[in-house]
Design a protein around this ligand. Sequence first.
Ligand SMILES: Cc1cc2nc3c(=O)[nH]c(=O)nc-3n(C[C@H](O)[C@H](O)[C@H](O)COP(=O)(O)OP(=O)(O)OC[C@H]3O[C@@H](n4cnc5c(N)ncnc54)[C@H](O)[C@@H]3O)c2cc1C
Length: 401
Amino acid sequence: MSDAIRAAEEFLAAHWSPTADAVEWYERVVDERWSALRWPTRWYGRDLSDEQATAVESVFSRAGAPGPGQDTYNLWAGTMNAFGNDALKEQFLRRLLLDEVAMCLLYSEPGAGSDLAGLRTTAVRDGDEWIVNGQKVWTSGARDAEYGMLIARTDWDQPKHRGITFFWFPMKQDGVEVRPLRQATGDARFNEVFITDARVPDTHRLGDLNGGWWVLQTALAYERVAMGGSRRGTGATRGATALAHGRIPSPDTSLHELARSVGKAGDANIRQQLMRLHCMRTVNDWNGARATAAAKAGSSSPLASLGKLAMANILHYAGHLQGALLGMEGTLDGRQNPRARDANYSQLNAYFYSIGGGTDQIQRNIIGERILGLPKEPEVDRDVPFRDVSVGGAGRHRSIS
Ligand SMILES: Cc1cc2nc3c(=O)[nH]c(=O)nc-3n(C[C@H](O)[C@H](O)[C@H](O)COP(=O)(O)OP(=O)(O)OC[C@H]3O[C@@H](n4cnc5c(N)ncnc54)[C@H](O)[C@@H]3O)c2cc1C
């Protein structure tokens, strides 16, 4: 037995109880360096290899103890760990691992979604700071966010992917106006963000000047691993990932219960569909384990795209099944019809997985090019200085580094 496994077992024997106070437990897991096992010991990790880390995570999982694995799914902390300077890490890493910093993603713009490298929000250097102007859209959680991960154009004379810089951007300042957008589900979780002469210190830059596209690839890889669902039930802290985009989907077991409660648990057709859903989830969990192993320190793995696409299919399938189980009742809605309201919500909310974090079509492009080895999508503006690229011209999508 390895030292790491023995130490994990001793830690759990000394401290874990299913009735432990959640806040105290997560603090202990983070402070005693069990939450991000592959990271350096200086930054809350244990410098373990992926194989050792996976073995230790299994020890926690078998004990039913949440906490480890944040090095593979915590988008904010993972990006900070990979690209933040020491001062930023001192300031934020622990709070991020404890999910104490409300964050948002300032990527998409009215003219730059799939073609994210077409962004036009600008950051201009002013001494030790940058002045930011532009508009972002579909920004989940922006109203409460303390900071946003912002990509902005810092050099218009470089080709589109090369003139972008990545910032840890303070949201609570003059010059940042957040306007909520109403979603099909009735929620208003995402927003427009108007940025006018707002400031961000150069010390809040992640990665190199004009090297933001590569930082973004790491951040997107974390998002896809999380949205692929591979970390389901293994102890994610509250909202540490892109799951903040929508309500966390209900597991299959609730559909089994629903089937029983509407008297359809014995229906052969329904049983087949429940089983199919279970198989889809199980296979996706296996793919998720592969994607997590491949992503390790946050490198961009196309397997995460496979998982994200599969999870979108699973949620659409589950939503339709939930509606079908209710039959005519599923056409109702409103507070007085909670089961129908829940089914309607599931069906609409499934679209957040098909669009947020890169659409299904974009994931298919990645899978085609990087897994199946199909020819690359034509790209006429890759080497053209960005100021010469026409607005709305042929573009390249957010997903290919
Ligand atoms: C619930 C939700 C939460 C979100 N949260 C955030 C957030 O917090 N921060 C943020 O920055 N963004 C967020 N987004 C935005 C999201 O990332 C974008 O909506 C997404 O990337 C698509 O961009 P777009 O809406 O501009 O569509 P477009 O890029 O205009 O795409 C329109 C259609 O064309 C297809 N398409 C485009 N290019 C290609 C191509 N090359 N090949 C094949 N098909 C293509 C797309 O698949 C899509 O069907 C969120 C979106 C949703 C739905």
